[in-house]
Design a binder for this molecule. Structure first.
Ligand code: TA6
Length: 314
């Protein structure tokens, strides 16, 4: 069977880094680098790229790859002794050849199980024992599903406390023509105002300048509408009560070496997360955090965009 039909293929990616290519029978595909356990591509059955990866992304450890879906663990944000967003995205993950049974409701064979466990070095900077299992799967309709299972494997009775985010970079045609539905009227912590708490206005969120907000206690479904492409991304999440919305805009874009000056116009991060309330596991306990991404034609939901209608229609 030639490679383009194999549901799961391990091969070399940029700079010889190992990656897994997932191919669904109807034509959708995804790519996951073992470096960072990071999804760097998700294409629909027309071969259109749905995620943003910077043209200046540095595919070379220890720098995290700028784009796709970086995994923020064991912390989201920049506090304490750990580097920003933790170290999971700067580690080489392994393929989990013998994962514990994992209930799946899809017939698709296009999935990969990865695993990250702390090295001796890691134990020095974050003295906690855990097993982090990540499943990346393509559904029959081309949906992209990420499921994280994090287990506290301490044998000394130590609790495991962490925060988490799927730092998803969506590709958009023009940020000034994008709306986010589902976060209206919610409280958020504004990273641009010392994480002060505010309440969002009553209608869809649009973008005219830098945004860096952590919305708390958010709904299961969030919609990102790309007007020009007539495309709506829908995030369905479970175990992840918060959602981070980030666009660096022009000034921050210029300040990032691994990000093109104008690339802020063509990306938006909407990140399923657990940030406001850290997760704590007793020894032996396991946490699951899941996000399912789909891309549906907005024309199907067009008309006066009633947030409920948009979120119900897909
Ligand atoms: O998710 C938003 C954010 O926390 C922003 O504050 C910005 O720092 C972004 O993450 C990117 O962080 P990174 O460490 O990947 O450059």
């Amino acid at each position: 069977m030639s490679s383009e039909r194999v549901p799961v293929e391990l091969c070399k990616g940029i700079n010889g880094l190992e990656k897994v290519v997932l191919r669904e029978v109807r034509g959708s595909s995804a790519e996951v680098y073992l470096y960072g356990g990071q999804v760097t591509s998700w294409k629909n059955d027309h071969g259109e790229e749905l995620l943003f990866v910077s043209s200046k992304a540095i595919f070379k450890p220890p720098k995290a790859i700028r784009g796709g879906i970086p995994i923020c663990f064991p912390q989201f944000g920049n506090h304490g002794s750990l580097e920003q967003h933790g170290f999971a995205r700067n580690r080489v993950w392994s393929i989990d050849v013998d994962p514990p049974p994992f209930p799946t409701n899809t017939s698709s064979r296009a999935f990969i199980d990865l695993i990250l466990k702390p090295s001796e070095e890691d134990m020095k900077i974050w003295p906690h024992s855990y097993e982090f299992r990540l499943r990346v799967a393509l559904g029959p309709g081309g949906d992209l599903m990420l499921t994280s299972r994090i287990r506290n494997t301490s044998t000394e009775g130590k609790p495991l406390t962490f925060t988490f985010a799927y730092h998803t970079y969506f590709s958009v045609s023009d940020i000034s023509e994008v709306r986010v539905e589902g976060l209206e009227t919610l409280d958020y912590l504004d990273n641009l105002q010392n994480k002060e708490r505010f309440t969002e206005q009553g209608d869809a969120i649009t973008f005219e300048s830098e945004v860096d907000k952590i919305y708390v206690s958010t709904p299961t479904k969030i919609a990102i509408l790309d007007h020009e492409k007539k495309r709506t991304f829908v995030i369905r999440k479970d175990g992840l009560p918060d959602a981070v919305v980030w666009n660096p805009w022009d000034k921050k874009a210029k300040a990032m070496a691994d990000f093109g000056d104008d690339e802020y116009k063509h990306m938006l991060c909407v990140e399923a997360a657990a940030v406001e309330k850290p997760i704590t596991l007793k020894p032996g306990e396991e946490w699951r955090g899941r996000q399912e991404l789909s891309a549906v034609p907005s024309s199907y939901c067009s008309g006066q965009l009633d947030p409920q209608k948009v979120l119900q229609c897909s």
